[in-house]
Design a protein around this ligand. Sequence first.
Ligand SMILES: Cc1cc2nc3c(=O)[nH]c(=O)nc-3n(C[C@H](O)[C@H](O)[C@H](O)COP(=O)(O)OP(=O)(O)OC[C@H]3O[C@@H](n4cnc5c(N)ncnc54)[C@H](O)[C@@H]3O)c2cc1C
Ligand code: FES
Length: 447
Amino acid sequence: MIEPIGRIKNPSLRVFANAGIGFTIVTIISSLIIGVVKSEDKSAFKYGIYSSLFGTAAGGVLGFVGSSKSSDNNTSQKLQDSHIQKDDKNNIWKDWRNFVVVRKVKESESITSFYLEPQDKGEIPDFKPGQFLTIKLDIPEQPKPVIRTYSLSDYNQSGKYYRLSIKRELAPPDLNVMPGIASNFMHDHIQEGSVILAKPPNGKFFLEVQKNLPAVLISNGVGITPMISMAKAVTYLNPQREVYFVHGARNGNYHALREEMLMLDQENPHLNVHFRYSRPTAEDEGKYHSQGYVDTTLIQQLASQEAEFFLCGSPGFMQSLRDGLQTWGVPEDRVFFESFSKPIPVASSAQTPVANEGEGVTTAEITFAKSGKTLTWNQEDGSILDFAENNGIEPPYSCRAGICGTCMCRIKEGEVSYQEEPSAAVDDDSVLICISQPRTAKVVLDI
Ligand SMILES: Cc1cc2nc3c(=O)[nH]c(=O)nc-3n(C[C@H](O)[C@H](O)[C@H](O)COP(=O)(O)OP(=O)(O)OC[C@H]3O[C@@H](n4cnc5c(N)ncnc54)[C@H](O)[C@@H]3O)c2cc1C
Ligand code: FES
């Protein structure tokens, strides 16, 4: 009985409600007892009054207990909420931390999810929906640990785990090369109970949840991962915001996290979900909204131009959508995208200037301070990362495209020029060596 009363928000009202219930119950019970035991006694009414007063007092005490219990519940709910909203600097760990795979779930023919909890059972920081986790795997026969980045594909309110949803990368059909190293290892060898290393969440591709401009989340294939996180975060934290979730898949067999999105759709009246299949099978009947490839024409049918657009998917898909949105007149500063491989070139006229483009030197002396090597770099040596590797230095890296920040290192002297605009957040005194070359004749790096 205290439970529903505990839901009354005003604490004084809760106390009175409990007192009233206590009064009623004790009065009824004592009247019955007095009626049976003292049916001849003329002063029985006195006992009735005493017991009613006792009932009121007992009800009040119960009211307080109920109130404090329910306010405890409210506090813990608030704590939960604050966990997902708190400053993401909280609980950030340095470098690598052990995470246990607590659940492994096959989501589609090619994508499997891994739920990670910290082995030390400590807290994990919140992240911005769209950000990624960098993981490190010790893979037998690989000369060094393999580092890869994976978008966080969930936005849970418990704040207890991270989820990664990883696509098994096959070898390209026209090339005689190894299939993807990390993704296949995750699918085949990482099981529930396995431990992997991870860096804190990171990345500049994220949705600012509290904004009110409609958000159009457009993905294909495994590009669905950051979009799910964004759709969930808005549903939990700013449910009034209009969100369009447009996803393209080959067919139902390759459509990961379909049911999860449909459940979210049910939960959030401001979420509009559209699935488009390019090659649906007979079993897919009734499970998708339209057939073909996701393109700007579809987006124009579903959403208004007055929105923010988030893109993640295959390079061709993103290029055509970026071009299409630009032709439609969507300003470039309302289009955000994440590339899982090398970034696509910026669309024609609205080109973002590349930092220091064309201002580099053709030869330079690079000192790799920690490795104790000073070497002469020439332009044909390529990026500083390529140059380091070719000279027996093995800096960590993942994307080799300026997206993940894994290769970031401190620059102690000199300057570098970027071959592409970095997508990763770069610390003030640091550089990304995978997409940079020396800009000054002498460069000293803390590697
Ligand atoms: C910010 C970010 C977020 C990401 N999020 C996700 C995510 O949520 N889910 C996800 O699945 N992935 C994601 N990725 C991609 C992920 O980081 C890996 O790049 C991906 O899993 C492939 O890694 P791998 O080790 O399996 O493949 P790799 O070993 O890196 O190989 C990649 C491909 O190259 C082929 N290949 C191998 N050798 C050659 C060669 N000599 N010539 C040509 N091709 C070759 C392989 O067969 C394979 O197809 C993300 C990437 C970034 C940058
Ligand atoms: S390796 Fe990813 S930013 Fe350089």
